[in-house]
Design a protein around this ligand. Structure first.
Ligand code: FES
Length: 110
């Protein structure tokens, strides 16, 4: 489990990129809930955390071509991206946000 930030370091409705060993993670906050996705869009090497958080549909929208990825499953709801991005378990404890990456799924085949 790796600490990413404090609970107040990320505004509701926003996303931020974090680098942890071997991974780029987009941390998303919607309300008081936090979600962690692979930061690299599955369509091209673009940082998803630079995109908009769609709070109503609970998606993170790629700024480049507009594919929107579920913050819960990583599955895109629209083209051009076809593949899901990885998702990671988030734990909030004692005012800090952690990501669980022990058994993370590599995205080698993309
Ligand atoms: S780079 Fe993300 S949808 Fe094209």
């Amino acid at each position: 489990m790796i600490r990413l930030c404090g609970v107040d370091d990320l505004e509701a409705g926003s996303a931020r990129r974090f680098e942890v060993p071997g991974l780029r993670i987009a941390l998303v906050r919607i309300g008081e809930d936090y979600y962690a996705l692979g930061d690299r869009c599955s369509h091209a090497d673009v940082s998803l955390s630079d995109g908009d958080v769609l709070t109503d549909s609970m998606e993170l929208e790629c700024w480049k071509h507009g594919s929107a990825f579920s913050v819960e499953t990583g599955v895109p709801s629209c083209l051009p991206a076809l593949k899901a991005v990885p998702t990671y378990q988030v734990v909030v404890a004692d005012g800090d946000v952690f990501v669980v990456v022990e058994n993370h799924r590599e995205d080698r085949d993309r």
